[in-house]
Design a protein. Sequence first.
Length: 178
Amino acid sequence: QRATADPDQALPPELGSWGFVHRHGHRGLLARQPLLRPPLSTTAKHAFRPPHSITLPAQGQREATLEFMLYQKYRQEMLEETCPPHGAVEMLSTTHRDYRAGGFQPAPLPPTQPHNYHTEQPRSFWLERARSVPGVTCIRTGDSPFRRNAAFSTPITEHLEQPLPHVAESCQLRPGKQ
């Protein structure tokens, strides 16, 4: 059921005027909340908002740039007055002074053992242990460098009077054939 009242009847004195009734509705109609405050936002106000105004800067770009440049200029002048620039600091370390000390004549050290690096093999871990390492092919002399050795990949028919790899090891053990 709907409780409605005919709006054309006599207007009750608490409603005031017909304009108030047309704006806010009249008491005879059902409503969830009786006459409180009208809502602040309606469907029309919510859908069609007025454009928000764009705030313009208080000063132009040229004026702001000029103000910034003047600020930097006077700031630099004030800093020069209050904090004068330091003089050139001489930066010399003790190492620099020690190396610049006079009276030293560099001379090469005398050799402890005479060596000729053109003819002698350098001493190394592998050269000293080459004969004891398994799988090393025939090293004929100790003063020649390691070279490519194709003794195991060369066919026996192409050895051309050279000792075979397994024979070369046994030849070194015989004292009479060196």
